[in-house]
Design a protein around this ligand. Structure first.
Ligand SMILES: Cc1ncc(C[n+]2csc(CCOP(=O)(O)OP(=O)(O)O)c2C)c(N)n1
Ligand code: SF4
Ligand SMILES: [Mg+2]
Length: 287
């Protein structure tokens, strides 16, 4: 697994779709890029099938631009809106059965450590809130209990969006959706707190409204997972289609929730992760 896996076999260049060729020749792999460089390289095919104004699409682009080593990263996804875009990104990815993503990622990470003991291979789970906090919670928490060296990123749109609008554990209390007409009867699950108690060395909550902060958090999470233990990043990305707001109102919605205090940017770093990051970032600073 490396950049060479992307390269098109000689003789097939002509028959591959132009979009794929561009992902290979102009993708993020093999060079140092960040969110400030978005637009100068191709991380996701422009014609991806996510709805107009989808905050998850934006979050996905920012995550892809934040990977410290995209050519040595495998993303493990799960069923949901994001899975529609994973076939169109410039990074290795595996689609796992809905809810199984952290179990698949654990096995993969262990296999990669055995197969490539001297190389860095990052395994990053990217899945929806339903996949993470509801149907996959068992696998998610067991991977944290076992201190698997993987990063779990939840794309929190507070709904089962892909199946037409059922409530999830992450929907706030009172939420009315297409398929939850009575309003949700219990509050949003406090997964960041659970992650911390379950053994995550680094936990953060963020949204695509703060791209540079999101980048820093994703990088910190992935680097900490390499050396210290499991990490968790929860990205709030409200869904215009199911929450019925206009496609251009996404960032406004996030800011409104921030003002109300129902969404907060937060970061928890364990003492061990703090020591690790201080050394790493101190060395980077000196460079
Ligand atoms: C084992 C299994 N159970 C249920 C489903 C049906 N299903 C597909 S996507 C989905 C909801 C996904 O919600 P979430 O994880 O929040 O992702 P989103 O679509 O909101 O991005 C469900 C229930 C499935 N595909 N597989
Ligand atoms: S339904 Fe919502 S989360 Fe899914 S692609 Fe459309 S806007 Fe994005
Ligand atoms: Mg969802």
């Amino acid at each position: 697994m490396s950049e060479s896996l992307f390269r098109i076999s000689p003789g097939f260049e002509e028959v591959m779709p132009v979009e794929y060729r561009e992902l290979v020749t102009n993708g993020p792999c093999g060079r140092e890029v960040g969110v400030s460089d978005l637009g100068t390289f191709k991380e996701l095919i422009e014609e991806h099938p996510l709805c107009a104004g989808c905050n998850m699409g934006l979050a996905l682009r920012l995550i892809l631009a934040s990977l410290p080593k995209p050519e040595d990263t495998v993303i493990v996804g799960s069923t949901g809106c994001s899975s529609l875009a994973f076939t169109q990104v410039a990074v290795h990815n595996i689609h796992s059965l809905f809810g199984n993503q952290n179990a698949v990622a654990s096995g993969l990470k262990r296999a990669l450590r055995l197969r490539f003991p001297d190389k860095v291979k990052d395994v990053v789970v990217i899945a929806g809130d339903g996949a993470t906090v509801d149907i996959g919670l068992d696998m998610v928490m067991q991977s944290w209990f076992r201190r698997e060296r993987i990063t779990t990123i939840m794309l929190d749109n507070e709904v089962y969006a892909n199946t037409g609008g059922q409530e999830s554990g992450m929907s706030p209390q009172g939420t009315v959706l297409n398929m939850a007409p009575l309003g949700k009867r219990f509050p949003k699950v406090a997964l960041p707190e659970i992650a911390r108690e379950a053994g995550c060395a680094y936990v953060a909550t963020i949204s695509p409204a703060q791209p540079k902060r999101l980048e820093r958090m994703v990088r910190r999470a992935i680097l900490t997972a390499r050396e210290v233990g499991p990490t968790y990043v929860q990205i709030f990305c409200p869904c215009p289609t199911n929450f019925k707001f206009r496609p251009n109102e996404g960032l406004q919605k996030i800011k409104q929730r921030q003002k109300e205090g129902t969404f907060q940017v937060r970061e928890y770093v364990s003492p061990e992760a703090q020591a690790f990051l201080a050394e790493l970032e101190g060395a980077d600073h000196e460079k």
